[in-house]
Design a protein around this ligand. Structure first.
Ligand SMILES: NC(=O)c1ccc[n+]([C@@H]2O[C@H](COP(=O)([O-])OP(=O)(O)OC[C@H]3O[C@@H](n4cnc5c(N)ncnc54)[C@H](O)[C@@H]3O)[C@@H](O)[C@H]2O)c1
Length: 252
């Protein structure tokens, strides 16, 4: 029996590094997928990759900060499959690397809209479907920076701490209703996100590497495996948990 056999799963930010790895891991685990991304090309590419490994995937193009668009996407899954079993709320942006006093207001607003309001929107629609059915599992993408801070990323740090708070608040409210809510706390994972942040700064990349006791960045597949486990029935007594996938970063 595969870990997610027969389950219907929604993954947001599916066109990105961790999202596409998760789409493949969920498909290999037996889930039928609905892949959401703001970029149509990314969602289509992830769906094609899923079909290549024999999986089933439909797509939605939506900005998670747009509640109506998220409601449409979740509604489409429930209409097509009759239910939603799992969700990985993974869409997120880093914002720029900038000291607090120089942080542009519009960047702060955008980071909070996508990373915090976006997860809120997704959770509300997913919980509506799952609580109604009396079962479900949600995994939110927080970060190591959801429990500690790092300089020059104040809006990102605030948004990811908030995701951890939302995770625990919803976990408490729905623990007795069959729905589990957890979060992943990745260290720096080798995707386009840190690559964009460090393209002009080899020093920052060196510091990122040095911050991980294992001496390397994480792989998207390592986060994907944790999301699959947290969504699976193997994690049936796990809720409100932030799981570090960070090569020891948070243990320092
Ligand atoms: N890569 C890391 O080092 C790292 C570390 C900790 C946490 N995370 C978190 O993991 C998640 C995925 O990161 P990644 O490294 O795969 O990044 P990525 O940039 O490779 O992928 C992000 C994906 O999200 C999509 N997206 C962005 N804004 C969106 C929006 N408003 N609505 C819908 N989709 C949107 C993008 O189009 C992209 O496909 C993010 O939430 C990120 O904060 C990443």
């Amino acid at each position: 029996m595969k870990a997610l056999e027969g389950k219907v799963a929604l993954i947001t930010g599916a066109g990105g590094g961790i999202g596409t790895a998760a789409a493949l891991a969920f498909a290999r685990g037996g889930a039928r997928l609905h892949l959401l991304d703001a970029e149509e090309e990314g969602a289509d590419r992830a769906a094609a990759a899923v079909r290549e490994v024999g999986g089933e995937a439909s797509t939605a193009v939506a900005d998670v900060s747009d509640h109506a668009a998220v409601a449409d996407a979740v509604g489409a899954v429930v209409e097509a499959h009759g239910r939603l079993d799992c969700a990985f709320n993974n869409a997120g942006i880093s914002g720029p690397l900038r000291e607090f006093l120089d942080y542009p207001d519009e960047d702060m607003q955008r980071v909070l809209s996508v990373n915090l309001v976006g997860v809120w929107n997704c959770m509300q629609e997913e919980l509506r479907a799952m609580v109604g059915a009396g079962a479900g599992a949600i995994v939110n993408s927080s970060s190591g920076l959801g429990v500690v801070a790092s300089p020059s990323m104040s809006a990102y740090v605030a948004s990811k701490h908030a995701v951890m708070g939302l995770t625990q608040a919803a976990a408490l409210e729905y623990a007795s209703k069959g729905v589990r809510v957890n979060a992943v706390l990745p260290g720096v994972i080798d995707t386009a996100m840190p690559a964009r942040l460090t393209e002009d700064s080899p020093d920052t990349r060196r510091l990122m590497l040095a911050a991980h006791p294992m001496g390397r960045l994480g792989k998207a597949e390592e986060v994907a495996a944790a999301a699959v486990w947290l969504c699976s029935d193997a994690a049936s007594f796990v809720t409100g948990h932030g799981m570090a996938i960070d090569g020891g970063y948070l243990s320092q």
